[in-house]
Design a protein around this ligand. Sequence first.
Ligand code: DX5
Ligand code: ZN
Length: 218
Amino acid sequence: MSHLIAPSILSADFANIQRDVEMINNSEADWFHVDIMDGMFVPNISFGFPVIKAIKKHATKPLDVHLMIVDPDRYLQTFKDAGADILTVHLEACPHLNRTVQAIKALGMKAGVAINPHTPTNLLNDIIEDIDLVCVMSVNPGFGGQKFIENTYRKISALKEIIRATKSKAKIEIDGGVDLNNYRKLLEVGADVLVAGNTVFSSNDPAKTISILKKQIL
Ligand code: DX5
Ligand code: ZN
């Protein structure tokens, strides 16, 4: 299967959110990447449920919701009700990750687990068979437009091996600093989903940039 592109709404124009959602609807993008930050897990606050609902109202593609929040168990049902199709929690924020993943799936969403740049991939060994997505953070989470961390390539290769050995169906998503210089190499080493915020929304033609990221055939 071809790789997927998930433009990050964090870099959209919030005063023109419907316009930017329609642009993604009409583009070759596959998912909407929706970043939720609580000012505790990460040093930034993004937006909450009313904005997710507003995006959902117009979106014709799945919402890939990335929770950068402490204690996400409190809000799983509310994110489902707001329109999340895929719900990703951070490994570092979940002491009972297996329980959290099962709860996400029981609500009818796909379950993802994100890992920070310093978190070793082998901490996923005993959860990988239960999840649909691993989100590998290729920047320290909290802000769009940061510089890509090169160690990510090595982590993708290691994860690929864990997924192969366990026959897991989990997709590997790369989040942070994805651009037109590094996306080919990311796909080569095994990325399945590319998140792109700044690269898409700061370009002159966002839909064309999405098309370039999508068309790469290896
Ligand atoms: C970072 C967020 C990312 C961010 C990516 O904390 O999780 O999803 O929006 O933005 P770019 O592609 O600009 O690095
Ligand atoms: Zn994200």
